[in-house]
Design a protein around this ligand. Structure first.
Ligand code: HDE
Length: 680
């Protein structure tokens, strides 16, 4: 795909920093042409290397310094460039320039991530996902540093280091990597019960997304929008994927981590390379200042969401990711997000979690990126000019010309000058604040369980089963029975039936009393009610020597028309010849293709005459079937399903004798994603 097709202002700025080394002569960093790059300079062919070998020293020193500290959280991430376009003017609510006029396009850079694991960890960990967006607006960078879960574990930033210490691998043996199924994490949970709501999300399918392209994003905190008149509204931000919200199942997630730990980044990278640009609509929930106290939760509490049925999400724009990075280190690793990067018209609230984040993000960039000039790195530069009296520091790139680097001054006519709010200068919202200095939590933050129950009440039957399984898995990994018991008691406050089942699974005596009286539910929280599209989904076509070539060609063509990606999988690579002499190229063999890496499977051959294919195909189909995936076959493949005792009338099993009518049915099944009503 031609990368230049999607150039925007940010890309043009990045051009100044891009370097192409291909077809160039090799030089040292000082520009000296290099005549030999394989052998160090020695005193004699078999002699010692000489100190004077500046080329060797430069090459090795640079290499020795190639790594920077990984992010303490969100280390494992992947990013892409794109654009954000406004559908509907937000003028009544905010003066932010990039949200004023429908059609305004703003370049963006988005980094997705897991939270707990190290930089090289598997991407299918049960975890929240980071969803951080940098808008390069004309008024400066605006960062919306969100997650794919709308609430957080804790209510006060003071506890963040404790939370992260608890979830990271345990310090005495550094086990387990990228997993919360261990004693310290659950010990923290049981002793910090504000975590209840977020844990419900983390035990749900939301924590194992099928793709970064199929998950929502949330700003989590309540922010403020400020309009021209200086009026403030409370706001929560949402990203809604056009492909809907979809997940894998836990068994699959664990297997993908082994088979392809890069599954999510590869999915995003390839979708963009193929022109299947991921799209997310941007939504806002708005609450009038006067209504601050009208809800059964505190709008400043980051462990609470605003049910969409009570406060509708207004869709106001769309983001399209249309360009992969050129260099992961330079862009995705060096990008520095900060919830405090705001533009006029967007402001903070007193959410104590947000307040603490406003400190942490600059601090972390200082250690990670080695000094105060990280804003000069190409990926972090705003597209508008920036001027102030900050000077020097490690790695300074700007050459500030002139004598003056202080304010106020006469020598430069008191420039750079400050700008009045009416002319675009940032002014903090003049919220009236009064109080005693206390280390305390507001009483209005005390209800830790109602919305955890709201989430549970809103789940479908299958989603509830998955939550019970996830709890049982996580708690089942604990060594300490007392922690297990404490967690069971804690979540008894969410739903009694749920903990009774979990307790049974992990061999504890189920509690007989407790439970919740909270009966509200919010259908928007269930993935059952999401958008269903077959677009860009994958299907493995299992083919052996005996197959109907024309029919297979028709299937591939039909699926491709639906933008479903078909891959031919067989016993070995090469070309296969059908019964009708049609030749077909094999994309992957059973050695590299796994059912967990596909959304669905189609069986083109009965495999009767080839025992290797027969057993491998059966394994493949069995696994896909047990993960509730669509299984399709025409006549030959149907025989194999019958042999495997897979009932052709099971949900999502599409068996047909006519390729014409088969395609739409199979495509619909693929769009449906999974069939939970199957007898497994
Ligand atoms: Fe972060 N978080 N966080 N966080 N966070 C970081 O900043 C922190 C929180 C989020 O792709 C760090 O640059 C504190 C909530 C994302 O580069 C660090 C608290 C939400 C990313 C940090 C929180 C997030 C980070 C580590 C509690 C969702 C990755 C590296 C008060 C709204 C950004 C870095 C990227 C990264 C601190 C809680 C989202 C240490 C103190 C809530 C998506 O500064």
């Amino acid at each position: 795909m031609d990368k230049n097709q999607n150039k925007n202002r940010k890309d043009e700025q990045l051009d100044a920093f891009r370097t192409e080394d291909r077809n160039k002569s090799m030089t040292t960093n000082q520009g000296l042409k290099v005549s030999e790059d394989e052998f160090s300079l020695k005193a004699g062919e078999r002699g010692p290397t000489l100190m004077e070998d500046f080329h060797f020293r430069e090459k090795m020193t640079h290499f020795d310094h190639e790594r920077i500290p990984e992010r303490i959280v969100h280390a494992r991430g992947f990013a892409a460039h794109g654009e954000f376009e406004v559908y509907e003017s937000m003028k009544p609510y905010t003066k932010a320039k990039f949200l004023q006029d429908p059609g305004t396009v703003t370049p963006v850079f988005v980094r997705f991530s897991t939270v707990a694991g190290s930089k090289g960890s598997g991407e299918l960990a049960r975890d929240a996902r980071g969803f951080a967006t940098k808008f390069y607006t004309e008024e400066g960078n605006y960062d919306l540093v969100g997650n794919n879960i709308p609430v957080f574990f804790i209510q006060d930033a003071m506890k963040f280091p404790d939370l992260v210490h608890a979830v990271k691998p345990e310090p005495h043996n550094e086990i387990p990597q990228a997993a919360s199924a261990h004693d310290t994490f659950w010990d923290f949970i049981a002793n910090n019960q504000e975590t209840a709501h977020m844990i419900m999300w983390k035990m749900s399918d939301r924590a194992i997304p099928r793709s970064y392209r199929m998950m929502e994003g949330f700003g989590v905190h309540t922010f403020r929008l400020i309009n021209e008149e200086g009026k403030s509204h409370f706001v929560k931000f949402h990203w809604k994927p056009k492909l809907g919200v979809h997940s894998v199942v836990w068994d699959e997630a664990q297997k993908i981590n082994g088979k392809d730990p890069d599954f999510h980044r590869a999915d995003l990278y390839e979708a963009i390379e193929e022109g299947n640009f991921p799209e997310y609509e941007f939504g806002v929930q708005i609450i009038n200042e006067e209504d601050e106290y009208k809800f059964d939760f505190d709008v400043l509490d980051p462990t609470k969401l605003w049910p969409e049925e009570e406060v509708p999400v207004k869709i106001i724009g769309k983001m399209t990711l249309n360009r992969n990075v050129d260099n992961v280190f330079a862009e995705s690793e060096q990008v520095a997000f900060h919830p405090g990067h705001v533009v006029p018209g967007i402001d903070f609230t007193n959410d104590p979690l947000l307040q603490g984040r406003l400190f942490s993000y600059t601090d972390t960039q200082l250690i990670r990126l080695g000094g105060p000039n990280f804003h000069e790195l190409p990926i972090n530069r705003p597209v508008c000019p920036f001027h102030n009296n900050q000077r020097d520091g490690y790695g300074r790139q700007t050459i500030n010309v002139g004598q003056v680097s202080y304010h106020k001054n006469s020598l430069a006519h008191n420039t750079p000058n400050t700008v009045r709010p009416e002319d675009g200068g940032y002014e903090h919202y003049q919220e009236k604040v009064e109080g005693r200095k206390v280390r305390a939590r507001s009483i209005s933050f005390k209800d830790h369980f109602s919305q955890a129950s709201l989430f549970w009440n809103s789940m479908s039957k299958a989603e509830k089963e998955h939550i019970i399984e996830a709890f049982s898995f996580e708690l089942g990994k604990l060594k300490n029975v007392e922690i297990q018991q404490q967690v069971i008691e804690m979540f008894g406050n969410v739903n009694l039936e749920m903990v009774q089942k979990i307790a049974k699974n992990i061999g504890l005596t189920p509690p007989s009393e407790g439970g919740s009286n909270y009966t509200k539910s919010s259908p928007a929280l269930s993935q059952e009610n999401t958008i269903r599209k077959g677009d860009t989904r994958t299907v493995a076509l299992l083919v052996d020597k005996e197959f109907n070539g024309k029919e297979l060609e028709k299937i591939v063509e039909g699926l491709e028309k639906e933008n479903i990606q078909a891959k031919i999988v067989s016993e070995s690579l090469g070309t296969l010849k059908g019964n009708d002499n049609v030749e077909i190229k094999v994309d992957q063999s059973f050695l590299t293709a796994e059912s967990v890496l596909f959304d669905s499977v189609y069986i083109a051959s009965s495999g009767e005459h080839n025992s290797t294919f027969h057993s491998k195909a059966k394994e493949f189909i069995k696994e896909a079937f047990s993960h509730y995936k669509p299984v399709g076959a025409l006549e030959a493949g149907a025989a194999l399903l019958t042999e495997m005792q897979i009932d052709h009338t099971e949900p999502g099993v599409i068996v047909n004798h006519n390729s014409g009518t088969f395609i739409p049915k199979f495509a619909e099944a693929i769009a449906n994603h999974r069939f939970w009503d199957r007898k497994i």
